[in-house]
Design a protein around this ligand. Structure first.
Ligand code: 5BU
Length: 262
């Protein structure tokens, strides 16, 4: 099964896309399957936290529209740090509009973010729009990817089993750009060539006051089947974000090693 296979083996599968290979390779190089969600409110904090957690992460996840004072220079600094510390940048934009609109939105994001998230609500044509943007530029081909949201971590969300099934189908139709699915259980992703990204991870809390549900790093990797785990406040709001990132990174990676070695 997917969860028993190592990232190395999965990256070498014929149907694994170039950008997905790049992610697998990066996790193995850094021994990190930690994605940090830098949910802060100013550009200064964004760069400050990124500098601190950069050495420990495979992906940095942003909600750039929630951050004040972000300029071209901010995005350039972010890209420089991504190079320096060897991580990818993912804008968690959760695009959800018709193909044409999504294309317009993605034209801006594609310049600085390696990865982007989308809802599958509008169907396959939205993915086609993204594909067109990527295909327009030779330098982008193989260097940009999409995570599709199949499940949400919060209480009371409206996603049904049927929606999940249809989402998986779409992900298989656009394998050259879809790197994986954002989901909460190990039985959603059918193919080892796709990556399971799972948010809702915290060592200390089991929920927040607005419906977010948390699991600890062991549960999320062993029980829920996450390949890469997303941690936000557990690291960003810690007194020492670098130390917290290191702790999460080690716990998550050791659990992944445990999962694939027995
Ligand atoms: P937290 O502080 O660890 O709760 O942050 C979780 C992050 O993951 C935050 O940026 C959310 O927008 C994101 N997220 C999520 O929490 N749950 C989901 O199902 C999806 C994204 Br999709």
């Amino acid at each position: 099964s997917r969860t028993k296979m190592g990232f190395n083996e999965r990256s070498e599968l014929l149907e694994t896309s170039k950008i997905t290979q790049k992610i697998f390779k990066l996790t193995l190089e850094k021994k990190s399957n930690l994605c940090v969600a830098v949910d802060v409110d100013t550009a200064d904090k964004l760069l400050d936290i990124t500098e601190k957690v950069g050495p420990y992460i495979c992906i940095l996840k942003t909600h750039i529209d929630a951050i004040s004072g972000v300029t071209e220079a901010t995005l350039n600094s972010l890209k420089l740090m991504a190079k320096q510390y060897n991580f990818l940048i993912m804008e968690d934009r959760k695009m959800a509009d018709i193909g044409n609109t999504v294309k317009l939105q993605y034209n801006k994001i594609v310049k600085w973010a390696d990865l982007v998230t989308v809802h599958s609500i509008s169907g396959g044509m939205m993915l086609k729009g993204l594909q067109e943007v990527i295909n327009e530029d030779k330098d982008l081909l193989g260097n940009r990817g999409v995570f599709i949201i199949a499940e949400l971590s919060c209480d009371g969300n409206l996603i049904s089993q049927q929606y999940i099934k249809e989402t998986v189908k779409i992900s298989e139709e656009y394998k050259d750009i879809v790197v994986g699915l954002v989901c909460q259980s190990d039985d959603v992703i059918p193919s080892p060539s796709l990556i399971q990204l799972t948010p809702g991870v915290n060592m200390k809390n089991s929920e927040d006051s607005l419906g977010q549900k948390y699991q600890n790093p062991s549960d999320v990797i062993l029980t829920k089947g996450a390949d890469i785990a997303v941690v936000g406040r557990g690291i960003v709001q810690d007194d020492n974000p670098a130390e917290a990132a290191k702790l999460y990174k080690e716990w998550l990676w050791n659990t992944y090693i445990e999962r694939v070695s027995n």
